[in-house]
Ligand binder design. Structure first.
Ligand SMILES: [Zn+2]
Length: 237
């Protein structure tokens, strides 16, 4: 098994559900060997997207800036992305139709995949969570302070992962995608989109390197009493 097959997962969605928003894991300590990923920042200070070795922080004020490696992350998914397949779509497709089609192309829906969709979109709806202060509220309440934005007739990149249903709680089952526009001026966590003319690349990641936090906040978190399905739906859309 090659290291390139590995998806590095820092903490879990379950931990975010319970408000474990602080981390001792710096991006500097985990970026080496990786050129692709999505995630968040300490205190949920925005959304992370990275591809081709360039990583960005998308913040709730609408800004985008290169990621500062000294920042820490309470949740992220990193990998080295070497596309196995390149496909083109040259027609409008809604998120639902597109993702159903894409799942038929994957080969199996029982593995993890890194996914990149690049080109022209009729619409991309995003959100970016605002930085949270202590005492932390559950993420289902934290997202009330998110700022939503709709990009219309935009060019840019969606990057993220496909997670099989059994991975829900570690990550988000189905497609968890983040967006940044071509100008690298804005983006966020993706709620909805319609593709227009895009190139789709993906790579199967059959190996998961899951690193759970060892902080007191994580060790004392209540991960047992959440309605996982419902709360992830509220938090991640
Ligand atoms: Zn996200």
């Amino acid at each position: 098994m090659q290291r390139e097959d590995t998806l590095l997962q820092i903490s879990t969605m379950m931990a975010l559900l319970d408000g474990v928003f602080e981390s001792e894991t710096s991006y500097a300590s985990i970026l080496e060997g990786h050129d692709f990923g999505i995630g968040t920042f300490d205190h949920l200070d925005g959304e992370m997207i990275g591809f081709d070795g360039s990583f960005y922080q998308l913040r709730s004020d609408g800004s985008a800036r290169p990621l500062d490696p000294e920042t820490t992350t309470p949740f992220c998914s990193l990998t080295r992305f070497t596309p196995e397949q390149t496909l083109s779509v040259n027609q409008e497709m809604t998120k639902q139709d597109f993702e159903q089609w894409l799942s038929e192309q994957l080969g199996t829906i029982n593995s993890f995949y890194a996914v990149r969709i690049e080109g022209q979109f009729s619409e991309v709806k995003t959100r970016t969570v605002a930085r949270q202060e202590k005492p932390f509220r559950p993420i289902t309440e934290a997202v009330a302070t998110q700022s939503a934005r709709t990009f219309e007739q935009t060019e840019g990149t969606l990057a993220g992962y496909y997670t099989p249903r059994f991975g829900h709680g570690i990550a988000v089952a189905g497609y968890h995608l983040h967006f940044i526009d071509k100008e690298r001026s804005g983006g966020g966590h993706v709620f909805d989109y319609t593709v227009n003319r895009v190139t789709v690349t993906f790579e199967e990641k059959p190996r998961l390197d899951l690193r759970l936090p060892t902080t007191t906040a994580y060790r004392e978190a209540d991960l047992e009493s959440h309605d996982m399905e419902k709360e992830i739906k509220i938090a991640e859309g």
